[in-house]
Design a protein around this ligand. Structure first.
Ligand SMILES: [Mg+2]
Length: 278
């Protein structure tokens, strides 16, 4: 009884937060983080890292981290690679490469490896690769600003596709993708063609590094809104589904109790972290 109370009073020690960005920490339309960002200082003061785990590119991540004052490692392009700041405690981990001023662990595959597969699929299915869009087209689809377009189009490991074909056709493409040794991931806005990885594998890798270096069994809170967050949430101790006004909640296969937010985007993020953490 006493122990249970004690655990209840200090539940959130040794916690790591992994979060999706678009539609979760960031509003799906305006890309702002308010009011979720008002919790960063509090989390920081408790030593709780907030790790960004998103379909975004390295350049987009660098910008967002700077805006939010986040100095943690981060996961790009749906689990394709983990970037670790040089001064971070896990930066000396064996097997990391030095690139773009960071230490990097790659889980996915370089884009060049699936270019010919992408070409052959373009002849069979109706979709538009994001990197082939003109600036105007890209802005029309994403609502990003002009300055953000090159950052989003400079991709290392994945190709987001704007799907114009049927759901059946999408299932057929998914099968062909796996047969070719790649992977298709459903995001909030795009279908992502990429190597055989996902956000949960990157989360697991980072978590294991943190556990090893601290000798602690960190607990994980993971927040996301879409299908590409499902496994990341399934692996978490505190899975949080952020409500979307574009689609229903994805299915999460977990024994942990799932917190489904009342509010969408960063308001839902704020709601869940406050509720669970405080
Ligand atoms: Mg999302």
């Amino acid at each position: 009884m006493l122990d249970a109370e004690k655990i209840y009073i200090e539940p959130m020690k040794d916690l790591i937060i992994f979060t999706d960005l678009d539609g979760s920490l960031l509003d799906a339309e305006s890309y702002t983080a308010s009011p979720a960002d008002t919790l960063f200082e509090l989390l920081d003061s408790h030593g709780i890292p907030v790790i960004f785990n998103s379909s975004k590119t390295l350049q987009e991540m660098i910008k967002i981290r700077r805006l939010m004052g986040n100095n943690q490692p981060f996961v790009v392009e749906n689990g394709s690679a983990v970037y670790v700041p040089l001064d971070h405690e896990i930066a000396a981990t064996a097997g990391l490469e030095s690139v773009h001023g960071y230490r990097r662990y790659v889980l996915g595959q370089e884009r060049q490896q699936f270019q010919s597969f992408l070409r052959s699929m373009q002849a069979e299915f109706r979709f538009r690769p994001l990197t082939e869009m003109s600036e105007a087209e890209f802005i029309g689809v994403t609502g990003l600003t002009r300055a953000d377009v090159p950052m989003a189009q400079t991709r290392e490991f994945s190709e987001p596709l704007l799907w114009h074909d049927s759901e059946d056709a999408l299932n057929t493409l998914a099968t062909k993708t796996v047969a070719a040794g790649f992977h298709l991931v459903l995001g909030g806005r795009f279908v992502h063609l990429m190597g055989s990885t996902d956000k949960s594998l990157a989360q697991r890798w980072l978590l294991n590094r943190m556990r090893l270096i601290h000798g602690k069994d960190f607990k994980v809170m993971a927040l996301g809104d879409s299908e590409n967050d499902a496994q990341m949430l399934a692996d978490a101790d505190y899975p949080v589904l952020i409500r979307s006004d574009k689609h229903g909640f994805p299915e999460i296969k977990t024994k942990a109790s799932i917190y489904r937010t009342t509010h969408t985007g960063p308001i839902g993020w704020h709601e869940a972290v406050r509720r669970i953490f405080l």
